[in-house]
Design a protein around this ligand. Structure first.
Ligand code: DQA
Length: 148
């Protein structure tokens, strides 16, 4: 199973950025732990981070032809207002799981609304880096169920 893991704007700053909220570990450490967890689940993982909406969209559009069976995405702040990302997710026939490191529902009002969650199969928020591993497990079950 090939899974694409996308991280959006400012997530390259993990470890430095508001460590009280996002933790002390870097994006490189996050990606290593995701690949490790994916390996244990028999998955091949590609990780990609960009601060640009268009670069994330290109990855989303090409995911099917690149052989991915699902996408796990932390759209960062794009979550709350990017209709382009929302439409990009809606335009493909692959399951997408939205992940947030922090509990967006327990923070500022503007973080409670996600334009991308309604076109995703589900959202995981508030479990730190472990949320990505939870999403891998959920994706595996979902993709297996789809193949039956
Ligand atoms: C975030 C939550 C967003 O509101 C914020 O803009 C981020 C990170 C999270 O992982 O908790 O950049 O997606």
């Amino acid at each position: 199973m090939k899974i694409l893991v996308l991280n959006g704007p400012n997530l390259n700053m993990l470890g430095l950025r508001e460590p009280g909220i996002y933790g002390k570990n870097s994006l490189a450490e996050l990606e290593k732990s995701i690949k490790n967890a994916g390996g244990k689940l028999g998955m091949e993982i590609k990780c990609f981070q960009s601060n640009y909406e268009g670069a994330l969209l290109d990855e989303i559009h090409q995911a099917g032809e690149n052989g991915f069976q699902g996408i796990i995405i932390n759209p960062g702040a794009f979550t709350h207002y990017s209709i382009a990302l929302r439409d990009g997710i809606a335009s493909i026939d692959l399951p997408v799981i939205e992940v947030h490191i922090s509990n967006v529902h327990a923070r500022e009002e503007f973080r409670k609304h996600s334009v991308t969650a309604p076109v995703s199969i589900g959202q995981i928020a508030g479990f730190g880096f472990y949320g990505y591993e939870m999403a891998l497990h959920a994706m595996k079950e979902y993709v297996k169920g789809r193949e039956v």
